[in-house]
Ligand binder design. Structure first.
Ligand code: F6R
Length: 610
């Protein structure tokens, strides 16, 4: 949800800001801009993608060694030149970039208009820049003016602010929106995410809520809102920029799909010893004592992550025999959920910053629950605020549509439920060994599916003219079908709906007619006959059926028009394998339709607003 960057040092700021923004474009890409200080503040911004900004900058010859930049995902006001960031005050001496949402901006805007301030945009952000200008009238320093403005704002923000009257500093403030400070030599940086910094430094501070960073060329000072100095450890980033490059693939999404065997190998090597009867999750502090008091587990997440959580829910119930529910984070927090010290919450998230999931985590912690975060981004807010963290270790995921992080989330769900099942004595040694060996085979099995890419591509091309597609499955296959349908919606812009297979005849089957396309997921052997009956029902009504089934399932061949086979595995793990063809199918449909796969319309990778 919007990317922000800032630079102060001796080098030309514009190319550094633009390079940084390029790595953050996944966060939003409907408009972009930069403001550079050089005796006065110069501003260049534009509607459209970063390449449009680069074109506009081409003629502007902006010079200066301090500046801020922004790539936007519109929340208040359409994508346009005027709504693009940075925003400036009427005196053109303060420029500001913002990620987040100001909830009381209408009241503030009215108050400021009454005082004579002129607004040029429809954004909530512009309110802040005028509020700082107003606060300057009653405060001594620029920092005080920013603090006074911040104290009036309800909502979430990561801010980067520069002022003509305060030419040696970038001031950054954070509340509920991510912000990382990059520490260089004779230069310092701010950014919404680490990739924007990696070309310049690996040393970072993660700003916490209600913290301020004052960046000068030679120093970074961290303060709380009362201006007390905050001391924190420098975090050293260990992963490489290569992980954030396309490496010869046409899209990040395809690269990330192909990275899955390696990701699985790395993750499993860290967690499983092929001769041991225990999972190595040393960093997880949950133990038998804690589990004794747990009487309910909430798994909370959004979107794709919530489908992984759905799998986690089923496994915890089936394998560990603990009552578990999956809740969509945006709904959970308004349901008045019953949470106490006997509740275990597992939040699942790639970014670790999703606003609704984070709010659920905070709500649970406030009520005494124990929270485990299964997150990908190291040092993210969820990772820092949860009681326990299980890192997904999928590496940076750049494509907006999640693929490898989803697979890693599934593995996290497998590992957590096996660990809890073992601690509670619900999985015996023989069952564990069976599961362990099946897990270790996953990387090779994924490779086997990826080797069928051409076949899946052809199948996708055969269906480029479909107007909609139904996905069905039962049990864990239903969870997988939710993810299959979401991928089609996100990147192919086609209406795709997923139903528990048995639900079709309670209404949706009325939509089936000659030529309707249905994807049937048949990973769960014990439910296979039932789903096949449901497939027969839609076949009889003219639907064209694609099935994803386990190798050896000959029955489905006689009913479906096309079958994509995946290797057979333990029933707990099929969800991961049946999803790989779904990813490729959605990818090639989207490519065939000519869509921008990595940056689908209206979406952003990290949803840090409600
Ligand atoms: C879809 C997708 C989203 C995210 C959701 C939660 O491909 O990526 O549905 O899963 O926005 O994001 P995280 O996992 O960062 O909390």
């Amino acid at each position: 949800m919007c990317g922000i960057v800032g630079y102060i040092g001796d080098r030309e700021a514009t190319p550094i800001l633009v390079e940084g923004l390029k790595t953050l474009e996944y966060r939003g890409y409907d408009s972009a801009g930069v403001a550079i200080y050089n005796d006065k503040i110069d501003l260049v911004k534009t509607k459209g993608r970063l390449k449009d900004l680069v074109k506009t900058l081409g003629d502007s010859n902006m010079k200066g060694t301090m500046g801020i930049g922004h790539t936007r995902w519109a929340t208040h006001g359409e994508p346009s030149y005027l709504n693009a960031h940075p925003h400036m005050n009427s005196d053109v001496d303060i420029a500001l970039v913002h990620n987040g949402i100001i909830e009381n901006y209408i009241e503030l805007r009215e108050e400021l208009i009454e005082k004579g301030y002129k607004f040029v945009s429809e954004t909530d952000t512009e309110t802040i820049v005028h509020l700082i200008t107003e606060s300057e009238k009653t405060t001594d320093t620029f920092l005080d003016a920013i603090l006074a403005a911040a104290s009036r704002i309800d909502g979430s923000y990561a801010l980067g602010v520069i002022s003509h009257k305060n030419p040696d500093e970038i001031i950054a403030v954070r509340k509920e929106s991510p912000l990382v400070i990059g520490i260089g030599e004779g230069e310092n940086f701010i950014a919404s995410d680490i990739p924007a910094l990696l070309k310049h430094t690996r040393n970072v501070y993660f700003l916490e809520d209600n913290e301020i960073a004052i960046l000068r060329k030679e120093s970074v000072k961290l303060l709380d809102m009362d201006k007390n100095e905050v001391k924190k450890e420098i975090f050293r980033v260990t992963w490489d920029m290569d992980a954030a490059e396309k490496a010869g693939f046409n899209h990040f999404m395809l690269k990330e799909i192909h990275e899955q065997p390696r990701v699985m190998r790395d993750v499993l090597a860290q967690r499983i010893d092929e001769t041991s009867t225990e999972i190595k999750l040393d960093q997880l502090k949950i133990d038998k004592e804690l589990l004794k008091r747990v009487n309910k587990v909430y798994l909370v997440a959004c979107g794709t992550a919530s489908y992984a959580a759905e799998v986690g829910k089923e496994l915890l119930q089936k394998v560990a025999r603990i009552p578990a529910v999956m809740e969509t984070a945006s709904e959970f927090r308004y349901k008045d959920p019953i949470i106490d010290e006997n509740t275990l919450m597992i939040v699942v998230s790639q970014s670790g910053e999703t606003a609704d999931t984070l709010a659920a985590l905070r709500m649970a912690k406030k009520s005494g629950a124990y929270v485990i975060a299964a997150v990908n981004v190291v040092g993210s807010t969820m990772a820092r605020e949860a009681d326990d963290v299980l890192y997904l270790c999928a590496g940076p995921e750049i494509a907006v549509a999640s693929t490898k992080a989803y697979s890693a989330q599934l593995v996290a769900m497998y590992l957590i439920s096996i660990k809890i099942g073992r601690l509670l004595g619900k999985i015996n040694d023989t069952e564990f060994i069976e599961l362990r060996d099946a897990l270790l085979k996953l990387p090779t099995q994924i490779e086997k599916i990826l080797a069928r890419e051409e076949e899946i591509k052809m199948l996708a091309y055969k269906h480029l003219d479909m107007k909609n597609i139904f996905y069905i499955g039962r049990g864990l296959d239903y969870a997988a079908s939710l993810e299959g349908a979401l991928k089609i919606k996100e990147i192919a812009y086609l209406h795709a709906e997923s139903y528990p297979a048995g639900e079709l005849k309670h209404g949706p089957i009325a939509l089936i007619e000659n030529g309707s396309v249905l994807m049937g997921i048949l990973g769960q052997e014990y439910l296979m006959e039932k789903t096949i009956s449901n497939i027969k029902e839609v076949k009889a009504r003219g639907a064209e059926v694609i099935a994803i089934a386990l190798e050896g399932n000959e029955k489905v061949k006689k009913i479906a028009d096309d079958v994509i086979y995946v290797p057979a595995t333990h029933w707990m793990l099929t969800t991961l394998l049946v999803n790989i063809p779904q990813q490729l199918f959605a990818y090639y449909i989207a490519c065939g339709l000519g869509h921008d796969v990595d940056k689908p319309r209206n979406l952003a990778k990290s949803v840090t607003v409600e």
